[in-house]
Design a protein around this ligand. Structure first.
Ligand SMILES: [Zn+2]
Length: 258
């Protein structure tokens, strides 16, 4: 216990912030904390949210943001989805052929035009439900923590005390963890289930998660896009995932027709 208190005290004193007085993390403060001995348990929820916020700011700065018809469509499709776990959402579209989307604990939802081009509104809604599911199921939080700890283990940067450089690596690694997360099948099942229910609750076609998975399954046979990598980490299992959400939709339909 004493060791934990020392680590917590070190984190608080190294960062220009206190979780008790509000959030004022800066990238170098986070990096200097990362340069010290840390464990997953010592990374607070507030810290994860701030890591997400800064990493996504870096991704946004590198991306081409679409503010035209795609952004308008996204706003229309997601109308009524105002928060993720109580954190207000902020949505942006990245203009790229890549087929991807992700959400994070700071309320960010990022959608690539490549994905929007291939999905109808209901399918897009279900996929974003799947991504929000990863946040609500704490998958993104764990992914961010792991990326943070891995960055902290970059001895060469940390030991040189070059926290500015570490901060840049750190945010890049966490951005990568958010945008290209690879999860186990079990975790994907849960996110699919969440996405399917999200679509049902949103008044969308109950089969939209299933339809979206089918489209991605077809596409995965001839491309190597990041959402394919993310959503199909274990490719042979993909049909099982589709079958599960189909069963979930069937069950809903059967109940609602009684
Ligand atoms: Zn997923």
């Amino acid at each position: 216990m004493k060791k934990l208190i020392i680590i917590a005290a070190a984190v608080l004193s190294l960062c220009s912030c206190s979780v008790l007085t509000g959030i004022d993390w800066n990238a170098e403060g986070l990096a200097s904390a990362a340069g010290k001995a840390m464990t997953a348990a010592s990374i607070t929820d507030e810290m994860v949210v701030e890591l997400c916020r800064q990493s996504i700011a870096q991704l946004d700065a590198q991306a081409t943001i679409e503010n035209g018809p795609y952004a308008q469509r996204l706003a229309r499709v997601m109308k009524g989805v105002n928060d993720i776990n109580g954190v207000p959402v902020n949505m942006k579209v990245y203009k790229t052929d890549e087929i991807n989307a992700f959400a994070s604990g700071d309320g960010s939802i990022r959608v690539y035009t490549g994905l929007m081009d291939m999905m109808d509104d209901d399918e897009l809604y279900a996929i974003l439900g799947h991504e929000i599911g990863h946040v609500c199921n704490k998958d993104t939080k764990n992914s961010v923590k792991n990326a943070y700890l891995a960055s902290a283990a970059r001895d060469v940067v940390a030991s040189a005390g070059n926290y500015g450089a570490l901060a840049s690596y750190l945010l890049g690694d966490i951005g990568e963890a958010l945008a290209s997360a690879q999860y186990s099948q079990k975790i994907e099942y849960k996110a699919d289930k969440y996405g399917c229910q999200f679509a049902i609750d949103g008044g969308r076609d109950p089969y939209s998660m299933y339809n979206a998975l089918q489209k991605l399954l077809t596409l995965s046979q001839d491309t190597n896009n990041s959402i394919i990598a993310h959503m199909f980490a274990d490719h042979p299992q993909t049909e099982k995932r589709a079958a599960k959400v189909k069963a979930q939709a069937d069950e809903y339909k059967a109940k609602s027709s009684k």
